[in-house]
Design a binder for this molecule. Sequence first.
Ligand SMILES: Cc1cc2nc3c(=O)[nH]c(=O)nc-3n(C[C@H](O)[C@H](O)[C@H](O)COP(=O)(O)O)c2cc1C
Length: 192
Amino acid sequence: MAALKILVIPGSLRTGSLNAKLAAVAAYQIAQAGAEVTCISLADFALPIYDGDLQTRSGVPKNAVNLKRMIGAHHGVLIVTPEYNASVPPLVKNTIDWVTRVQEPQETRGQVFRGRAFAIAAASQSRLGGSRSLAALRSILSACQALVIPNQLALSFAAEAYDDMDKLKHPADIEALDALVRQLIEISQRLT
Ligand SMILES: Cc1cc2nc3c(=O)[nH]c(=O)nc-3n(C[C@H](O)[C@H](O)[C@H](O)COP(=O)(O)O)c2cc1C
């Protein structure tokens, strides 16, 4: 059987992003667990703010089509998102919005989400660790009929969570991420 493929998407472009660091650690743990992992940057899939007139005029941007195909080429997806004002950042929501607009021949719109396993994680300097962003993201992905796995990770006080090598310092965080990653792999495997 071909290797299980997991796509990791950090929801921040910021230099030194706490979420990009968590995504990188997760990608390492996914590889350690035996799956093939791709970690992308949304900087490589830059998209304008969604505008229906723009879509009517110019169609769905190529980057949205490319990202949709990238998701479709993986069995499971992990999104690691910041929290902005108790919700998901515009980068994450706008990206999902554009991807749901992609219409490929022989497919219904949004098909790439349906029945695909998604895991969600967040890192924030707050005590809540971005958990309100996770609630919003779970709701958005569930509305797209993605299968959002029950486990999730909200990394609190994230600026202090990493060592000099950008690895997680605290065993409890490593174990929580490991549990998330393993559940994503297991459910992705079951769905293939
Ligand atoms: C517009 C804005 C709103 C924010 N709102 C929240 C919030 O509601 N909850 C929270 O925990 N952090 C909030 N933050 C702080 C972010 O969690 C913090 O900047 C984090 O480092 C961003 O993620 P990144 O490091 O991956 O870029 C906010 C930051 C910005 C820029």
